[in-house]
Structures are given as structure tokens and as C-alpha cells.
Design a protein around this ligand. Structure first.
Ligand code: NAD
Length: 478
């Protein structure tokens, strides 16, 4: 699918690197082979980091407006290739075509935001005495390692790459091994608008990512991905004193309060649990439904689950595409099977279908308890595990208990409940009466196992820069 020798980009030159090993990528809807991708070695990482380091001074010295103009050009290139990027995304990870296109458009939009915000990004100044002033400047750290996942490969990469590049850092990007074609095309488009060495790319798997995260020439490691990987990366970065920015997994609760329309709540829950086959960092992972509405809510949710049009993401009618691969499907199914063995009732889905591809049906489980893995861990599949609760307080208390702290949603008509909930929930983002739909550019800091630091929005420009204070004093008494 991609020319054999265009996987690694180092100082403006494409090659397949020094890899001896390679892995195969398959379309999760059909099982068809899409290509063979080289696994970048420690030597490939060395070369890429050296190229980024060599380009760092020049890129940092470029006027911010010039860097902004390069990012505008990159956004145009992404727009011009939006169909191809979306098609590759769907082919590699299964996302329905419309969603894939939305992810590409979001990516181009983010590049534009950073193109505009970069030149405006600054710091404070203070006057300590009449003859003295302190001013603070923000400087790029140097070289940023950007390590990204597969579930929204263009949007997520554009965020981290845009912020790193707008602030004058150079980058080594390692796209996910599940979406390497998408990652390589995106890199090609962006690099075409940048001086050589400013953006470098290595293809590969966890071993390549670990070599990059632990490389002594890297100043910042920005990782979006699972919590387990995030913790490993934090350890690798700490060895070199590199800064780690981690946007990791979640186990987001959804509270359905008494007094809401149960059919509307079921629509919200279906969107939260089943969009992108549940493979969104802020997917709803556990539901607490008040007993006054639980029965009708569960019936409507199960009906919606059974009615979702399942098929290949490339079919425009598809609402539920496949999971990313068979390994991931087995993990999702294991959570569901264990929950059923522990007493949950299956109201929809829950069985692996016959036939090719990695499809998994939208699944609704009633009678769940918080100690079940499907409630306590990130399942990352189209699964809605529901616990019925006797009161809003019981729901809020349970929702607050998690080792994750990414986001949470509350559906309620009671303003006092909404106020209590947003105060109490120990998460980065609280959504009242809508599972998705935050403003573009919004950002929060995830907590606990969900990561650290801002991963999006204007605040990410702060994360990518170090503040230097300059104290200026007039010569006195001379
Ligand atoms: P992952 O952490 O397994 O992989 C992400 C990237 O990390 C890949 O490029 C991978 O090769 C690399 N990697 C894996 N092991 C590594 C190691 N030991 N050292 C260095 N790099 C390594 O995650 P994934 O399965 O690709 O993505 C799904 C996860 O991402 C889910 O947990 C999801 O919640 C999370 N996610 C979080 C956000 C967010 O903003 N919080 C957004 C999207 C996805």
C-alpha cells in the first residue's frame, strides 16, 4: 500500500531504516493484509533524535509567525488529502467513514488553532523596583517525542505535533503500529511544509516507542495511549529527566438521575458507549441508573444496541464498525464473559459473531457491580455495563471511586445535583446533560491513572515550553 522505502523520515529523507523485523497490518473489517511495516530499531531512533536535535536551534530561532505559516500550509495539505487520510484510517482501524473524516477535519482545525495561537503565546512581566524589570519568555524545550495511539490517529497526532512545532520544538513522531499508513501519510504532508529535520518519523511497535521515550536526547515525551504504557513511559522519561506529558485511559462513569426522560438518556448512553465501537478515551465505561428510570432506560438502551447498523466502516450506512483487531476483541469479550459469570444479565450483544473481521456487537449488561472488571477497568469496546442505584448520592459516590480520572457525565434535571456532581467528581472533564460535544480547543488535566498535564488546547503550548525569567536592572551608582 505504501512504497516499501517510505516508513522512516530522518532529516528530510525517507527510508525503511535499519529494521530487520516487520509486522503486518490487516483491515479489521475484512482481515485483508494492508502492508508490511518495518519495526524501527534503537539505531533508527538515534538517527531521528540526532536529526531533530540538529534542527532544533534553527527552528527555535525562526519567527513565530513563520512557524505559524508553516502550520497553516500543513493544515491545507491535510485538507487536500482528507479523503485519503480518512480512507486509510478506516482501512487500518475500522472507524465508520464519516467519523474518520471528522477526525481528519478536527486535526486540520487543530493545526490552524496552533498556527494562530503560536505567535500570540507569551509570558508575564513584573516590575520589582523602579529601575528593574523582570520579563519572562517561553522557550521550546528542544526535541519532543510524540507517541500516539490508533483510535483517532489524525486528530490526536495533529494536536501534539501542532503544539510542539508551533512553539519551536523539533519532533520525532512514532505513530501507532495499528495505524502506520495513516501516520506515515500525515507525516509526509506535514513534513512537506517544514524545513528538513524539524519533523522526523520512526515506524514501529512498543519496542521502538520505548527506545524513543528512553532516549537521552529527548526533552519531552508526549504520549497518548493506555495507562499501562503511560506508566512505563513516565519511568523511561524520568531516567533522563525528560518531561512526560501523558493522556491515558479512562473509566468514565455516566449517571442517569431520576426525573430524566429514560429514552433520551438511553440515546446519550448509546452514543457514549458505542460511538467508534467504544474506542474513545472518553467513552462511557460504566453506567449508574436511578431505580426510578432504570427499567425503561435499560429497555431503550438494549433496543438501540440491537438496532445499530453493524458493518465495515467504509460502508456509509455503518453505525458500528469492527474493533481494531482480534487481540483487542478477545480482551473486550473477556470482560463481558467474566461479568456474566459473576452475575450480570446480558440484555443485548455479548457474543462474537461468525464471519471475517473483528466485529463485536453493541452489548448491554444489567445488574453489574463495581468490582467487575467491566466496571472497574477500561474495556474500550461497545459495551454498556449498568448498575441500578437507589439514589443520586449512591450513584455519585460510586462514580467518584475509580483509579482513573479522565471524564464523567451526569444526566439530570436537578440543578443542585448537577452542582454537587461537578464539584465532587475527581476527573478532568465533567459533562452535564451531553456525553460528547465540548468546545474545540477545550482542555483539562487528567488525574490519577488517566495521565498528567494538558494534552490539548491553548494550555498545551505552555506544556511544550519552559519559562525563562530575565531580570533587567539599570546600572546605578556608576
Ligand atoms: P498504547 O499505549 O498501547 O499505544 C500508544 C502508543 O504507545 C503506540 O504508538 C505504541 O506503539 C506506543 N507504546 C506502546 N508501548 C510502549 C512502551 N513501552 N514505550 C513507549 N511506547 C510504547 O495505546 P493504544 O492501545 O494505542 O490506544 C488506546 C488507549 O489510548 C486507550 O487506553 C485510550 O483510552 C487511550 N487514549 C487516551 C486519550 C486521551 O486523551 N486521554 C486519547 C486517545 C486514546
Amino acid at each position: 500500500m505504501r512504497p516499501h522505502d517510505r516508513w522512516m523520515l530522518v532529516d528530510g529523507r525517507w527510508s525503511r531504516g535499519r529494521a530487520r523485523e516487520a509486522f503486518e497490518v490487516r483491515d479489521p473489517a475484512t482481515g485483508d493484509a494492508l502492508g508490511t511495516v518495518p519495526v524501527g530499531t534503537a539505531a533508527d531512533v538515534d538517527e531521528a533524535v540526532a536529526a531533530a536535535a540538529a534542527a532544533a536551534l534553527g527552528w527555535a530561532a525562526a519567527p513565530a509567525a513563520e512557524r505559524g505559516a508553516a502550520l497553516h500550509a500543513a493544515a491545507r495539505a491535510v485538507d487536500e488529502h482528507a479523503d485519503e487520510l480518512a480512507r486509510l484510517t478506516t482501512a487500518e482501524m475500522g472507524k465508520p467513514a464519516g467519523d474518520a473524516r471528522g477526525g481528519v477535519e478536527a486535526g486540520a482545525g487543530t493545526l490552524r488553532q496552533y498556527a494562530e495561537l503560536g505567535p500570540l503565546h507569551g509570558a508575564r512581566s513584573l516590575q520589582g523596583g523602579r529601575d528593574a524589570a523582570d520579563f519572562m519568555v517561553r522557550e521550546p524545550y528542544g526535541t519532543v517525542a510524540v507517541i500516539t495511539p490508533w483510535n483517532d490517529p489524525v486528530a490526536i497526532a495533529c494536536g501534539l505535533l501542532g503544539a510542539a512545532l508551533a512553539t519551536g520544538n523539533t519532533v520525532v513522531h512514532k505513530p501507532s503500529e495499528r495505524t502506520p499508513h495513516t501516520g506515515a501519510l500525515l507525516a509526509e504532508l506535514l513534513a512537506g511544509c517544514l524545513p528538513d529535520g524539524v519533523l522526523n518519523v520512526v515506524s514501529g511497535d512498543a519496542s521502538t516507542g520505548a527506545a524513543l521515550a528512553g532516549h537521552p536526547g529527548v526533552d519531552v515525551v508526549a504520549h497518548v495511549g493506555s495507562s499501562a504504557t503511560g506508566r512505563r513511559i513516565a519511568g523511561l522519561a524520568a531516567r533522563n529527566g525528560a518531561r512526560a506529558l501523558l493522556e491515558n485511559g479512562g473509566c468514565d462513569p455516566l449517571i442517569v438521575d431520576a426525573g430524566v426522560d429514560p429514552r433520551w438518556a438511553a440515546e446519550q448512553a448509546a452514543t457514549g458507549c458505542f460511538a467508534n465501537a467504544g474506542q474513545i478515551c472518553t467513552s462511557v465505561e460504566r453506567v449508574y441508573a436511578h431505580r426510578d428510570v432504570a427499567e425503561e432506560f435499560l429497555a431503550a438502551l438494549a433496543e438501540r444496541a440491537r438496532g445499530l447498523r453493524t458493518g465495515p466502516g467504509a460502508d456509509p450506512a455503518t453505525e458500528l464498525g469492527p474493533l481494531v483487531d482480534a487481540r483487542h476483541r478477545a480482551q473486550v469479550h473477556e470482560h463481558v464473559e467474566k461479568a456474566v459469570a459473576e452475575g450480570a444479565r446480558l440484555l443485548a450483544g455479548g457474543r462474537i459473531p461468525d464471519g471475517p473481521g473483528c466485529f463485536y456487537p453493541a452489548t448491554v449488561l444489567a445488574g453489574c457491580t463495581d468490582d467487575m472488571a467491566v466496571m472497574a477497568e477500561e474495556t474500550f469496546g461497545p459495551v454498556a455495563p449498568v448498575r441500578t442505584v437507589a439514589s443520586f448520592d449512591e450513584a455519585l459516590d460510586a462514580a467518584c471511586r475509580s483509579r482513573y480520572g479522565l471524564a464523567a457525565t451526569v444526566l439530570t434535571t436537578d440543578m443542585a445535583h448537577a452542582q454537587r456532581a461537578w464539584r465532587a467528581l475527581p476527573v478532568g472533564t465533567v459533562k452535564i446533560n451531553a456525553v460528547f460535544g465540548g468546545a474545540p480547543g477545550g482542555s483539562a488535566t487528567p488525574r490519577r491513572a488517566s495521565g498528567r498535564g494538558f494534552g490539548y488546547g491553548p494550555d498545551l503550548l505552555d506544556e511544550m515550553t519552559a519559562v525563562k525569567v530575565v531580570h533587567l536592572q539599570s546600572v546605578t551608582g556608576g
